[in-house]
Design a protein around this ligand. Structure first.
Ligand code: 6PG
Length: 234
């Protein structure tokens, strides 16, 4: 099993979202009081969507939205207003409902195609430096962000152009494992029975994309009972 990880076993996907939301708000409070900013990387997918709804509902003054900076771990190469864009989902359920300044939301220009978008987004990632918190999901094949099993990328790149994604659409943009690992805190959100096999492989040390994410601090994995049932005592 991946060392340097804290597994949080929860019963339902709602509890996963709730616990992650609390950790994000706590991280924001400390980052803003210590460094004046909270730099958060968002994920696509259905589990993160629940978290974004909760963040929007927690719309309290103390959330200090004016100091939040938003990035995306990956994006699908579709028109900017396409309903399957990760950015559209995050805007609809979260970003349009809170007072984060528009110029602090770094959307990937994925409508320009993988190469151009990756090239331009490098600048945003370079300027961001170390993130405060990265959110990631995991697909049933063990992919995370748009880092898929069997895909080869230059490890030193900050942002990759992705072709032939097995999860549609085939063209995507993804922050690299190296740049996603440059974060103070990192949360994986994993729910659903279709994740069981990948979770078991990951825990047994298989070389999956999720296992390439290795920040210096321990990562937090919030997982529901559909995706994994711990043995007694775990
Ligand atoms: C995307 C992703 C992807 C996602 C996982 C898990 O663009 O879809 O960023 O990596 O997070 O596939 O998605 P679910 O939470 O929907 O299972």
């Amino acid at each position: 099993m991946q060392k340097n990880s804290r597994w949080h076993y929860l019963e339902t996907a709602e509890q996963v979202a709730d616990a992650a939301c609390q950790q994000i708000l706590n991280a924001a409070t400390s980052a803003i009081s210590e460094r004046g900013k909270f730099k958060l990387v968002l994920a696509g997918g259905s589990t993160p969507e629940k978290v974004y709804r909760l963040l929007a509902e927690s719309n309290a003054n103390w959330a200090n939205w004016a100091n939040w900076f938003i990035y995306y771990g990956d994006e699908r190469c579709l028109p900017a207003d396409h309903q399957d864009r990760n950015s559209l989902m995050a805007s609809r359920v979260f970003l349009d409902k809170v007072a984060i300044p528009a110029q602090q939301i770094y959307t990937m220009p994925a409508e320009l195609g993988p190469e151009v978008a990756a090239d331009r987004y490098k600048l945003a990632v370079t300027k961001a430096g170390m993130f405060d918190m990265v959110l990631l999901g995991m697909g049933e094949d063990g992919h995370t962000a748009s880092l898929f099993p069997g895909h080869q990328h230059q490890q030193d790149e900050l942002v990759h152009a992705v072709y032939n994604s097995p999860k549609p659409p085939p063209e995507r943009v993804s922050i690299s494992a190296k740049a996603l690992s440059n974060t103070r805190e990192l949360i994986f959100l994993i729910t659903g029975t279709n994740k069981q096999e990948a979770v078991n492989l990951w825990r047994s040390g298989e070389d999956l994309p999720v296992a390439m994410i290795k920040p210096e601090n321990p990562i937090d994995i919030y997982i529901d009972s559909d995706a994994f049932k711990p043995e007694n005592g775990e």
